[in-house]
Each structure stands twice: as C-alpha cells, then as structure tokens.
Write a protein that binds this ligand. Structure first.
Ligand code: NAI
Length: 344
C-alpha cells in the first residue's frame, strides 16, 4: 500500500531533524512492500521565507485534510509579542483536540529515574491557550481561561480509551479546581462522569497540579496516563521529558476525529539550529507513532513492522553508545540517523 503523508519541516532545527526522520522511515519501509508518499508543505517562518503570505498557508492545511496525517517539525513563536502560535492555529483549525506525549525510559540513556513509562494526554484546544487576552487599561491585562463541557468530556473519553487500548490501568487528572472552581471544576467533573459511565475498569484519581508535580518527581512509576488541560499538559510534558533524557527523546502526536499531526514535544531550538547537532530521535519516535497509527487505521501490517524495526534499531543504537550531544554523546543529527539505519 502507499500512504500519503504531509511533511512539514518547520523552523530552526526542524528541517534537519525532519529530514533525518524521513530518511530513517524510508529506509525501514524499504524492507516492506508499502511506502509513504511524502507531500512536502510549509509552516512557520519558513513559509514566509519561501514566499507564502501566511505562517500557516492554506495549502498546508488542505494537504493535511486530504492525506489525514502529517509529520511536522517545530515552528517558532516569538515571546511577549509578535505573531501568535502556528502550532496553536493548526491544532485549532484541524480540531486536533487530543495531544499524546508518551514518556518512556530508554536503555542507554542515563538519568536520575528508571522504568518511567507515563503518557501525558493534553487537551489541545482551549484553556488559557485559547489566547483570549485583553489590555483593559495600560498596566492591567486579562487572560481568559476557556473550558467547555464538550471539550472536557471528549478529552476525558480520549484519555480513558487510550489507557484501555494500551492496557494502562490508571488515569490521573491534574487540576487546580480548589482555586479555579468553575473551569478546572468542569474539567474534573466531566472526567469523573466519563469514568463512571464507561471506564470503571480503569482506576481514576484526581490530584491538584502542584502536589501532582511533587509526586511525579518523587515517583513517576506510580502514574499511567496523566489527563491534563492545555497549559498543565504543556508544562507537565516537559517536566516528564526530563525523567528520560530531555526533549531530544520525547515524541508526540495531536489527534482529531479525522486528522492526526505527529510532532516532537521540543521546539525549534534556535541555540543549535543549522549546526547539525540536534537529536532527531524525538521526531523519529513521533514518526514511529505515525506508522503505528497508519497500521491500525488502514490495517497495513507493513507499517507496524516498519515502526517496530525503527524502535528496535534506536533502542539498540542507544544501548551500544550511539548518542547525540544532548545525551552526552558526540554524534551529529545525520550520524545518529545512520547509526539507527545501520541496525535494521
Ligand atoms: P526548545 O524545545 O526549542 O529548546 C529548549 C532546549 O532544548 C534548548 O536548549 C534546545 O537546544 C534543546 N533541544 C530541544 N530540542 C532538541 C533536540 N532535538 N536535540 C537537542 N537539543 C534539543 O524550547 P524553547 O527554546 O523554549 O523554544 C524555541 C522555540 O520553539 C520558540 O519559538 C517556541 O515557541 C517554539 N516551540 C515550538 C513547538 C512546536 O512547534 N511544537 C514546541 C515548543 C516550542
């Protein structure tokens, strides 16, 4: 089978790591009958540089709607002013409401923690990320936190379904409903009701976000799926990335009813962009999630096998000491990709 997939290189280290991931995926698929037809499209400041008049060109959105899946590099968002986030716009435009960030300890990557295996499920469309901010008068601003019954319920259902499908026994909702009684109150009330109605086979608990962070760093192994509203999910994803070696090894995916966009948790890393130093593993792992998604969605076992081959190869590469600089090694982006491909 041939599967169309939109490839968005993005900004900063994006083009480097996306090219490496594509090479790894194609090399793995070369052992199978199936293939990917990459449809390259632009987003971010890279789109402006290539002459588009928008950071998120219409033909990029259209291509993702046509193909149903995309592998996307990071896009830069300026701090404290300038244009608003392309990533947020893409998630809203395609209604990619469920972000999934699996965080797993890797053999060969030494950290303070062992046997971490948690999944952050983040609501992707509302909360403070709705970006509704006003300057009431100079020196006074407000930022509106949005929560709707529909979005809270569907992300809860998504998290419980994800847990059940993968045999994960516990879902923990992170909240601050003691202070944000209405918005976070709605979030946990919906989660509780969804749990009671359909998912009593899965353990459900609620933790106030500050205490939850402390318990996470004390013992991440007690957690399974972490159900978070948008901003908490954003912060907790990076916190969890720190358990397993950092942003270079933490993949992600954004799911809607019709489309899915796979992207690493990390950003465009301007400090190392263009130097060939970035770790391509996080986006490669996101690519593995994409292959598995295609396998389940279309029943194409070749995709599942190609995904397992890549996962086995990077696990082995890491165990055998192949590492990029962020993990204490000396390989560059391309050399690490070669090290993975050599192990197929
Ligand atoms: P960042 O994730 O780009 O970088 C944080 C630190 O991690 C830096 O020291 C960087 O060198 C390192 N790092 C990140 N990815 C790495 C990799 N693959 N290999 C080795 N080291 C890596 O976060 P930062 O600096 O806060 O954001 C930079 C830009 O990226 C901002 O404009 C931000 O808005 C954007 N961003 C975009 C995201 C997306 O497109 N999904 C997600 C997060 C941030």
């Amino acid at each position: 089978m041939e599967h169309g997939c939109v490839l968005v290189p993005g900004d900063g280290i994006g083009p480097e790591v996306v090219a490496a991931a594509r090479r790894i995926i194609d090399a793995s698929l070369a052992n199978e009958g199936s293939s990917i037809r990459w449809v390259e499209r632009d987003a971010g400041t890279a789109a402006l540089e290539k002459g588009h008049d928008s950071l998120l060109p219409e033909d990029t959105v259209t291509a993702i709607k046509e193909e149903g899946v995309a592998l996307k590099g990071p896009c830069t968002t300026p701090i404290g002013g300038g244009f608003s986030s392309v990533n947020v716009a893409l998630r809203k435009t395609l209604d990619l409401y469920g972000a999934v960030r699996p965080v797993r300890s890797l053999d060969g990557v030494e950290t303070r923690y062992r046997d971490v295996d948690v999944v952050v499920v983040r609501e992707n469309t509302e909360g403070l990320y709705a970006g509704i901010e006003n300057e009431i008068t100079p020196g006074v601003v407000t930022s509106l936190k949005v929560a709707t019954d529909r979005a809270c319920r569907r992300i809860a259902k998504f998290a419980f379904t994800y847990a059940r499908d993968r045999g994960i026994g516990r879902v923990t909702a992170f909240h601050k409903a003691n202070i944000m009684k209405l918005s976070d109150g709605l979030f946990i009330r919906c989660a509780r009701e969804v749990h009671e109605a359909e998912f009593t086979d899965i353990e459900y608990e609620e933790l106030i976000i500050d205490a939850a962070c402390m318990r996470l760093v004390q013992d991440p192994s007690r957690f399974g799926v972490l159900l978070c509203e948008n901003l908490y999910g954003d912060v907790v994803s990076d916190l969890c990335a720190g358990f397993v070696g950092g942003l270079g090894v933490t993949p992600g995916a954004n799911f809607g009813e019709k489309n899915a966009v796979f992207e690493a948790v990390h950003g465009s890393a301007p400090d190392i962009a263009g130097k060939g130093l970035a770790n391509p593993l996080a986006i490669t792992m996101s690519g593995v999630m994409m292959l598995n998604h295609l396998s389940v969605k279309t029943g194409d076992a070749d995709m599942g096998r190609a995904a397992s081959r890549i996962r086995d190869a990077y696990d082995r590469a890491l165990r055998e000491g192949a590492r990029t600089g962020d993990l204490g090694g000396d390989l560059g982006t391309e050399a690490f990709a070669d090290a993975v491909i050599e192990r197929f």
